[in-house]
Design a protein around this ligand. Structure first.
Ligand SMILES: Nc1nc2c(ncn2[C@@H]2O[C@H](COP(=O)(O)OP(=O)(O)O)[C@@H](O)[C@H]2O)c(=O)[nH]1
Ligand SMILES: [Mg+2]
Length: 225
């Protein structure tokens, strides 16, 4: 448990983190526009036939991300739940996670064999991170268009997430971002924790991220065996 989490997180993690059975819950966080919904869609396409899978989306005032996933038919409608936060998106994934827990539990009740739930944050800034009472592991998605200084600037999403994804590498030449700098700075601030530089435009299957998710599912299943 990261040291910067508050007491409520400890209580939540105790109540929910030590759940027996139930799906692996993966948080997808990161700034607006970095590619969280595109990544959720990619993971559904790649892993949807492999795992019993569902998604929770968070939007501030709309259900746009859930609508996008439904329109693109990446999963059946009854496997996609939208939470309308009506407030700062990070509050709903960190401080008052009730609406998100309700959505996850609804999906679990509807699909008793559920193995994997993706929870996409509404997107905020570099400070947004999930409560470990809500998710088991979290992926933080930034993009190359934000500039190659982003990993160096840190923030809990960049430094403490279980996986950092730097998306839109196809745009690097257009925005003058140096991928080697982003790779090196990420390694400095993240230590041993993994970083993947990807382009969902070039690899719509999100192959490497899907492989990381598979490893997390395996780890959870072993833990519970
Ligand atoms: N060029 C490029 N655009 C991308 C890539 N991934 C996502 N996008 C686009 O970036 C925009 C924002 O993506 P979205 O998934 O909605 O971001 P979110 O706000 O983090 O959920 C959309 O127009 C996507 O099509 C990528 O790898 N390369
Ligand atoms: Mg989105």
């Amino acid at each position: 448990m990261p040291p910067d989490h508050n007491l409520d997180d400890y209580v939540d993690a105790y109540e929910h983190g030590h759940r027996h059975g139930g799906p692996l819950r993966v948080g997808l966080g990161g700034p607006v526009g970095s590619g969280k919904t595109a990544l959720a869609a990619a993971l559904c396409r790649t892993l949807g036939a492999e795992y019993d899978l569902a998604v929770v989306t968070n939007d501030i005032y709309t259900t746009e991300d859930a609508d996008f996933l439904r329109r693109n038919a990446v999963l059946p409608d009854d496997r996609i739940e939208a939470v309308q936060t009506g407030c700062c998106p990070h509050t709903a994934i960190r401080d008052d996670i009730t609406a998100n827990l309700d959505a996850v539990e609804l999906l679990e009740a509807r699909h008793p064999g559920l193995e994997l739930v993706l929870v996409e944050s509404g997107g905020d800034n570099l400070t947004a991170s999930f409560s470990y009472g809500l998710v088991d592991v979290q992926v933080f998605v930034v993009d190359v268009a934000g500039g190659d200084k982003v990993p160096r600037k840190g923030g809990p999403g960049v430094t403490a997430s279980d996986l950092l994804v730097v998306n839109k590498t196809d745009l690097a030449p257009l925005v003058g971002a140096d991928l080697d700098v982003m790779r090196r700075d990420s390694a400095v601030v993240r230590g041993d924790k993994p970083t993947l530089l990807i382009s969902l435009r070039e690899d719509p299957a999100a192959t490497e991220v899907a492989e990381w998710v598979r490893a997390q599912v395996r780890a959870r299943q072993l833990q519970q065996a």
